[in-house]
Write a protein that binds this ligand. Structure first.
Ligand code: MSP
Length: 648
């Protein structure tokens, strides 16, 4: 079987936040799940780089649209590895192959008679980059951007979308899975109960030049949505790439409710006009709010995924977003909620079950997976466990396939609860006291081991790092790499005799870090000294300040780090030469840096970045720009001074 699954391509007018991360995590989890089922999977994400919004944001940032798009597209691409997201392809609408594909399609649809030239007057929302109907307005405003649309009168090209309205209604009725969850399908059908207007698909170059030129009229560029949706075809080699037919037949798109209309109406009708079959399924999720308020730059509550990962760990973030949001409905993020999920579901339920089970296998079975008694000797407790595991597997598959991730996880956590009870009921520590119960003890332990292996495998798509650790601790790291769901169906799938490692702690408990903003968390643990500020009010003592060794450094060599848009490898004299990796490639070219004096934090523990060991950090000032991007300028000294001089 084949799977082709996509995220929306994100506008490059803002840096990635929790909302973008959620859609992309979901898509990554789904693709990993399909791989686990044995499918050949293609997972695509990318960036949407043309149009008015981007041209305007670039102008504000004092950059050309291309420089600007390059910078933000790199920020998106560099975010995904932090979240353990592994797309097979990252497309950019400025890729020349995409531009050619868009032009080919425009010509085709034009030749088929579905594009015409006309004058139009309508209410245009710049935020949405589309004309709105009167009905969509709320008190005269665009409901998404809370601003009145502009009345625009223009000559433009139009796509005969209305030609395909009847066909689309019929298609949605015939294919209940085409748009899910059902509420969004109903929303689309309700919209389609009114006559569809044709779609304006061009913008005059007098107003906008940052777009794909129309192949049949150079005075116009393509409307950004017509350009953007086509990415789903470009990425798999439309029209004549060898894999195109195979992938397109299985296409599934994941989006949030904000872009339902372009995906559920423009896109299928465009495909129909091109003579292509529509995509297979459209999965629509709700919106993340923060502390029950809309996430917005002006409120200063935008959640950056990389920061979340730094404080909570990648798998906690992945688990949290999937478990907390019922796919289709809105959800609210709060630092208390993620902390609670981490400590309760992950550290307590899963983490404790895992470590207590392995500790017992270590103690009572010499650290090897034990052999189980014959089936006939199973107690009702064992039977209950086996049937609960089988039921979980069915629910897991069904819910993962149906994008009900929170339910799939609930099903796993139900068996985790059951296993914790199984341990209490069967009390291996009591069985160990009675030599006549030796066989029973081994059976109980083997049930635990086997159940943990199954849990490891089903968690692999959601928490790849943790599942990897679990597999290693269970002595199954080799099988883990290519394991499929069929490999864990039935029982006795974990070979007796494999050597386990009880020393793995999966999730150290986290506690709220005192006290400044209450949003940070820190690992909890006996004997670990809290890094509390000197007087508890965010101030530090001079002695604390002195612990950071700041020195003047001179950059003597600089080069780009392969496969990174952000990192430079610097050789800095301070006074001895050391390698420092710095995230300044977007702002500084390597040549411009040679000879520059910088301030170096010299006594930082070395850390590996893209495989290069960095000994310290160069300091830079950051300024958030109105568009949410960051301006970065290196810190330096005001006059000539020898490299290595202490800064204090
Ligand atoms: N460029 C268009 C999409 C073109 S696809 C052919 C676009 N880009 S966007 O950057 O605005 O991204 C919108 C998508 O980002 C949403 O559909 C959703 O996937 C994600 N999210 C943005 N904010 C979100 C939340 N607050 N909550 C959940 N997801 C959100 O629209």
């Amino acid at each position: 079987m084949t799977t082709y699954v996509t995220t929306p391509i994100y506008y490059v007018n803002a840096l990635p936040h929790l909302g973008h991360a959620y859609t992309t995590i979901v898509t990554d989890v789904y693709s990993r799940f399909r791989r686990l089922c044995g499918d050949e999977v293609r997972f695509q994400t990318g960036t949407d780089e043309h149009g008015e919004k981007i041209a305007e944001a670039a102008a504000k940032a004092g950059e050309t649209p291309r420089q600007y798009a390059d910078r933000i597209a790199a920020a998106f691409a560099e975010t995904w590895p932090h979240l353990a997201i592994q797309p097979d392809h990252i497309i950019r609408t400025t890729d020349p192959v995409h531009v050619r594909t868009v032009q080919g399609i425009l010509q085709l649809v034009h030749d088929r008679g579905d594009i015409y030239f006309s004058e139009y007057e309508g209410l245009y929302c710049q935020g949405c980059e589309r004309f709105l109907t009167e009905k969509e307005l709320v008190e005269g405003n665009c409901p998404d951007h809370q601003a009145p649309p502009k009345l625009i009168n223009e000559q433009n090209y139009f796509f005969r979308m209305s030609n395909y309205q009847e066909w689309l209604i019929e298609h949605i009725h015939r294919n209940p899975e085409f748009i899910t969850p059902e509420r969004y399908r109903n929303e689309v059908l309700s919209f389609l109960s009114e006559p569809l207007e044709d779609l304006c698909i061009s913008r005059p170059t007098s107003r906008l030049t940052w777009g794909v030129p129309l192949p049949f009229d150079e005075k116009f560029v393509t409307y950004v949505w017509f350009d953007a949706l086509i990415n789903y075809l470009t990425g798999i080699g439309y029209p004549d790439g060898p894999d195109f037919p195979r992938y397109w037949a299985e296409a599934e798109h994941v989006i949030a409710k904000d872009i339902l209309k372009p995906h559920a109406i423009y896109w299928p009708t465009m495909l129909r006009a091109m003579g292509l079959a529509p995509f297979k399924r459209l999965h629509v999720h709700g919106y993340w709010n923060v502390d029950a308020t809309k996430m917005s730059k002006s409120l200063g509550n935008v959640i950056r995924p990389v920061e979340l990962v730094a404080t909570h760990g990648v798998d906690t973030v992945r688990y949290f977003v999937l478990r907390e949001m019922s796919f289709g409905l809105d959800a609210s993020f709060s630092s208390d909620a993620i902390l609670a999920r981490h400590n309760s579901d992950l550290a307590n339920d899963l983490g404790n079950l895992f470590s207590r089970s392995l500790t017992m296998i270590d103690k009572y079975a010499d650290g090897r997976m034990p052999v189980r008694e014959a089936e006939a000797a199973c107690t009702p407790d064992d039977q209950e466990l086996m049937s609960a595991m089988s039921a979980m597997m069915v629910q897991y598959r069904d819910n993962m396939d149906g994008f009900r991730f929170h339910r799939a996880l609930q099903a796993i956590w139900e068996v985790i609860g059951l296993l914790n009870r199984y341990i209490v009921n069967n009390a291996p520590w009591e069985l160990a006291k009675n030599p006549r119960q030796a066989e029973r003890l081994q059976t109980v332990l083997s049930f635990l081991g086997e159940a943990l292996w199954k849990i490891t495998v089903v968690l692999k798509p959601v928490m790849p790092e943790t599942a990897g650790k679990m597999a290693t601790a269970l002595g199954m790291s080799e099988s883990f790499v290519a394991v499929t769901i069929d490999d864990i169906s039935g029982w006795n799938r974990l070979p007796a005799g494999v050597v386990i490692d009880k020393g793995t702690q999966l999730f150290p408990r986290l506690e709220k870090k005192a006290p400044a903003d209450g949003t940070q968390v820190a690992p909890k643990g006996p004997g670990k000294k809290k890094e509390s500020p000197g007087d508890g009010a965010g101030l530090i003592t001079f002695d604390q300040f002195k612990t950071v060794e700041l020195r003047v450094g001179e950059i003597v060599a600089a080069e780009k780090v392969a496969k990174s848009e952000r990192l430079l490898k610097l050789t800095v004299k301070a006074p001895e030469e050391r390698t420092i990796v710095a995230g300044i490639a977007a702002q500084y070219s390597p040549e411009a840096l040679i000879g520059q004096r910088v301030i170096v934090a010299a006594n930082l523990k070395p850390a590996k970045l893209m495989g290069i060991l960095s000994h310290g950090m160069v300091l830079a000032a950051k300024e958030e720009q109105p568009d949410g991007t960051e301006k970065l300028v290196l810190a330096t000294v005001a006059g000539p001074i020898a490299p290595g001089s202490r800064v204090a």
